[in-house]
Design a protein around this ligand. Structure first.
Ligand SMILES: Cc1cc2nc3c(=O)[nH]c(=O)nc-3n(C[C@H](O)[C@H](O)[C@H](O)COP(=O)(O)O)c2cc1C
Ligand code: SF4
Length: 464
């Protein structure tokens, strides 16, 4: 691989600044009323926190809810997993064999490694008790007495903040062996990873939590039957758990009505890339994309929008013309050929070169492949090398066909979905921006943006 220039990753590191304090959320439930300082237990209680837990345990003067009633409420809410796949949460909870007399576990996935996504870290930093309460309710519903929150390794200060919140919750009796004197037991612990993207995949996460290399397991068996330490386990995303207290207090039907049928409630979108006010925006599912873009101040510098990756880097790109007509919900985005995914909306303006963008994405997946499966381990490298040569003016006439065929041969042939996540952006880019790739190959330079000069220079160097 001599002569290949590796990208400078430091340019892409997060600034570490909070991104949710801009008063532009619509109907916020998770980010509502946060100011950066009011994350403590007393603040959360003042906002009505732990009311849902009291309600299910019958500590609010009511009769309480049975575990089955809690699951039914979550099913009715239309809440879908906020980690990427959008799987119905109530249905997932019903898979847990709660009557089985063995240790069962609950795990929160706060690994948040999907490029562009930065919502869970703000939930944990500024509203950690909402996750603790959501997990305690889930534990009650599924009969799990031990839980873990697996937090991304590169946000250590947020892990420490969550530990502080856990201490507060234990001292106040919201966690422990006899929660609020009800006899309900749930111990919750925080665990930090070391920053590998693959540890966000649920079974890679479980391996890592067990102290092993974070390499995904073959499924089936699924975690509901063989999870942490081989025991029944339910894993949900941070935002999924954070949505639960509101559902319990206000009812599943009310949550469903906020969004669209099959797409209940609010969702946090991380608006990143060429946007005037990057950050996290909590909005009802089903809001038009154009409105979300307006909330975020429009495209940076008033330039024209070219393309959008609507659900984190694993989702296929969509041209701006398609995106502007869509609403932000799972079904609309899927119908348009992409995915809502983790909710990271990556905006690219007219100056962006699609080949350079794909090169950056391909490098990420090659770097993060855990190496277990041949199609992913080798295929992600092939994809990157092909895009690299196209970008650097050495593309060959049949490269587009080859790229598509390599991507096709990765998809569906690997242990986990990272293989698909690497292949889908390639296919999406070629489908919608084929001309741009073809121009690169034929003219050995870019049609647009600063990439034009870069590719041109590289081509000259290569030719010399
Ligand atoms: C490569 C890869 C990375 C993932 N990273 C995350 C992540 O950082 N956070 C997350 O919640 N889910 C991630 N997922 C999805 C999880 O495997 C799992 O579906 C999710 O945590 C389930 O929670 P939910 O049902 O609440 O969405 C990832 C999946 C793959 C294939
Ligand atoms: S698809 Fe890639 S990341 Fe997933 S298990 Fe296989 S090699 Fe590892």
């Amino acid at each position: 691989m001599s002569g290949i220039v590796l990208p400078d990753l430091s340019r892409f590191q997060a600034s570490g600044r909070e991104t949710c304090f801009h008063d532009r959320h619509v109907g916020a439930q998770i980010y509502a009323g946060l100011d950066g300082r009011n994350w403590r237990l007393k603040d959360y209680e003042a906002r009505g926190g732990y009311r849902a837990l009291r309600k299910i345990l019958g500590q609010d003067g009511g009769a309480g809810l049975t575990p089955e009633q809690v699951v039914a409420e979550v099913k009715a809410s239309g809440l879908r997993g906020r980690g990427g796949a959008g799987f119905p949460t109530g249905l997932k909870w019903s898979f847990m064999p709660r009557a089985l007399p063995v240790q069962k576990y609950l795990v929160c996935n706060s690994d948040e490694g999907e490029p562009g996504t930065c919502k869970d870290r703000d939930i944990l930093a500024y509203n950690p008790h909402i996750v603790i309460e959501g997990m305690a309710i889930a534990a009650y519903a599924m009969g799990t007495t031990v839980g873990y929150n697996y937090i991304h390794g590169e946000i250590f200060e947020i892990y420490e903040r969550f530990e502080q919140a856990l201490r507060e919750a234990r001292e106040a009796g919201y966690l422990g062996d006899d929660i609020l004197g009800s006899g309900f037991k749930f111990q919750l612990h925080a665990h930090h990873g070391f920053g590998a993207y693959i540890c966000g995949e649920e079974t890679g996460l479980l391996e890592s939590l067990e102290g092993k290399k974070g390499q995904p397991r073959f499924k089936p068996p699924f975690p509901a039957s063989f999870g942490l330490y081989g025991k029944p386990t339910t894993i949900n995303n941070t935002e999924t758990f954070a949505a639960v207290p509101w559902i319990i207090v206000n009812g599943g039907d009310a949550y469903l009505k906020i969004g669209k049928p099959n797409n209940g409630g609010t969702k946090i979108f991380s608006m990143v890339g060429d946007v005037e006010r990057p950050g996290n925006y909590e909005i009802p599912l089903g809001l038009p994309f154009a409105k979300l873009l307006e909330l975020a101040g429009g495209v940076k510098g008033g330039r024209k929008l070219k393309a959008v990756i609507p659900g984190g880097s694993s989702a296929p790109v969509l041209p701006a013309s398609v995106m502007m007509d869509l609403t932000m919900d799972y079904d609309s985005i899927a119908k348009a050929g992409s995915m809502l995914g983790s909710g990271a909306v990556i905006l690219m303006d007219e100056t962006r070169c699609m080949v350079a963008s794909l090169l950056r994405l391909s490098y990420f997946y090659m770097h993060e492949s855990c190496g277990q499966c041949t199609p992913c381990r080798e295929g992600t490298g092939w994809l990157w090398r092909m895009v690299h040569r196209i970008e650097h003016g050495q593309g060959r006439a049949d490269d587009l066909k080859l790229l598509d065929s390599v991507a096709e041969n990765i998809m569906g042939r690997t242990i986990c979905a990272l293989g698909d996540a690497a292949a889908m952006p390639v296919r999406g880019m070629i489908k919608h921006f084929r001309d741009e790739f073809a121009y690169h190959i034929e003219h050995k330079r870019c049609i647009v943006g600063p990439g034009a000069q870069h590719a041109h220079k590289a081509a000259e160097t290569a030719a010399a």
